[in-house]
Every structure is written in structure tokens, then in C-alpha cells.
Design a protein around this ligand. Sequence first.
Ligand code: UT7
Length: 332
Amino acid sequence: MEKIRAAITGIHAWVPEYRLTNQELSRMVDTSDEWIMQRVGIKERHILKGVGQGTSVLGEMAVKGLLEKTNTSPEEIDLLICATITPDMAFPATANIISDKVGIKNAFSFDLGAACSGFLFSLQTGVSYIETGKYKKVIVVGADKMSSIVDYTDRTTCPLFGDGAGAVLLEPTTDDVGIIDHIFHSDGSGGKFLHLKAGGSAKPASFETIEAKEHFVYQEGQSVFKFAVVNMADVAAEIMEKNNLKPDDIAWLVPHQANLRIIDATGRRMGLPPEKIMINIQNYGNTTAATIPLCLWEYENKLRKGDKIILAAFGGGFTWGSIYLKWAYDPK
Ligand code: UT7
């Protein structure tokens, strides 16, 4: 029997209209366009404004657009996975809320939390369902409203993050395309460098946690940087070696967009020229689970059937990993 693989057969993304520029940020905290561009590489990020507007709004827009674009009826979807660390609420899952909003009725859905590696881990989870042969159409959406957990008085974190969502449709194929391999890692000892201190079951919200600003991202930037720069580059190089891929074989690296310096180091370690690396951090900042689908969506018209692509991410947890895939379609 031919092996069933899962292929990405469509992609769509969505960001809110409001652009928070470095100029505006430099009026809010003691920072500058020059510092942010030199140290991180971000010009602006999109922010979802409005009362009651959660991550499901971002996911809904990305998924709705994906269904339209791929001519798929919501009833055909078997499973929807939402990668997020900023769910609308602890429960129900944001995946369920998105499914309900877009009319996905014949599916089950759940959230997966792996911070910046969330999209990769969710994609592979979706792939595994397809490979069983029982599931024909799976949506994986990476969505984060990072502005809901960012302290806009803290200059060390507020320039870094933005809001956005990206969604892909996975379908079975027996062609020589699709998701081929993955290497994933987690290391809980890294949690202390990047986390949210309160609001979970260990430390529920209280007047004290609010006063101490414990509902915002806590990051020891330099420590995270050191782990990210080594591990994201290593795992990308490792998946190349494992699959006998030389730099010339690879059409694109799609790296998580947290810092341009981390992206550059990963590209160098893989021996790739800059023109093979997808970069859009300047326009969106770090949208956590959404960075990789946002990149694929922006570059979709440049992708050709059979292109060999490496996805790589590093993030909170720590979590990190890489995926090797062959793109499944030419520009439509
Ligand atoms: O996606 C999740 C995983 N996260 C990451 O991958 C993030 C990894 N870390 C980073 O990308 C970088 O560490 C940051 C971008 C967060 C920070 O860059 P850095 O080069 O590591 O800066 P630093 O923390 O070492 O700070 C250098 C200086 C400090 O001043 P002093 O102590 O040298 O006087 C900071 O206070 O820059 C100062 N600084 C700023 N200055 C202007 C920190 N933030 C700012 C700012 N504007 N926004």
C-alpha cells in the first residue's frame, strides 16, 4: 500500500489593521527605532484593538479566508487544531470558538500550547491524524494576541511582539510532496527564562498578582537569545543532515520570527544565502504561533510544487524543532 502523506494544500493569514510603529512605541517607553531595528529588526507590529476581541477573532479571519480560498465548505473539515498561548479564555478551547464562528460542525477541535513552536508541533499533530487514513481535511491555525499579555510600560518586551494568525489546510496525498520529517524538543528547565507568572492554577489572578504585573510576559532576553541562537540553528542543520539535504537542495528556510539576528545565525549554520530565507519580522514582530504561517502566506506566490522547505522554531518552554516538507502546489 502506498504511504499516505499529509500536504499543505492551502494557506491564509490575517492581521488586524492597527499598526504600532517604532515611532509610537518610542513615545510610550524609552526606546528608539534605531535600537529596535539594530537589536531585533522590527519596524511595526499589528495590534487587535477593541473590547472582547480575543485570539479567536484572529483565528476566525484566517480560517474563514482559508476556507474561501480553497473552496472548502466548513462541513468538510474533520479536525481543527489551534496553536496558541493566548486563548480567549482557559476553556473552552479557542479552537472550538473558531470552529463555531466559521461553521465547522462535523469536526473535533482542540488547542495546543507550545509557545513559538506551537505551529510546528500542531502541524505535525495534524499530519499524524491525516496519516492514519481516517481524516481527510485538517486545519491547523497558529494564532496569538500577544498584545493581551505584553506590558506596554516595559521597554525590554513591548517592542518584540505583535498579533496575528495563519492557517493551513492539510490533506492526504500519495504524490512525492507533503510533510516528510520532523525533529522536536522540549526542555522544561528553560521555563524560568520566559513565562507568565500568574493567572494559571498555581497562582490564580488576585489583586496582588495584578499589582505585581504578573499577567505579562516575563523574559530574560539574553538567556533566551543564547539558547535560541544555538538550538534553532542546530535543529535546522540536523534535519538537513538526517535527510541528506545540501544547501543547494533547499528552496526556503521558514524561521520563527523572534529576532533577525537569530534568523541570520540559523541561515548561516545551514549554509543558505539570504535570498532563500523568508523574513517578515519587520512588518509583524513576533506573533508567536503565527510567525511561520504568516511567512508562508506572504511568500506563497514564490513557492513551486516540489520545493524543499525547512521550517524551524524556538520558543518558551523551552520548545524547539524543525520540519522538512516538499511544497505541494504551484501558484494558483
Ligand atoms: O520567541 C520567543 C523566544 N524569544 C526570543 O527568541 C527572544 C530572544 N532574545 C532577544 O531577542 C534579545 O535578547 C532581546 C531583543 C530581547 C534584547 O536584545 P539584547 O541585545 O539581548 O539586549 P539586552 O537585553 O542585552 O540589553 C542591552 C541594553 C540594556 O542596556 P544596558 O544595560 O546595556 O545599559 C537594556 O536596558 O539595551 C537596553 N534595552 C533597550 N534600549 C532601548 C533593552 N530594551 C531596550 C529598548 N530600547 N527597547
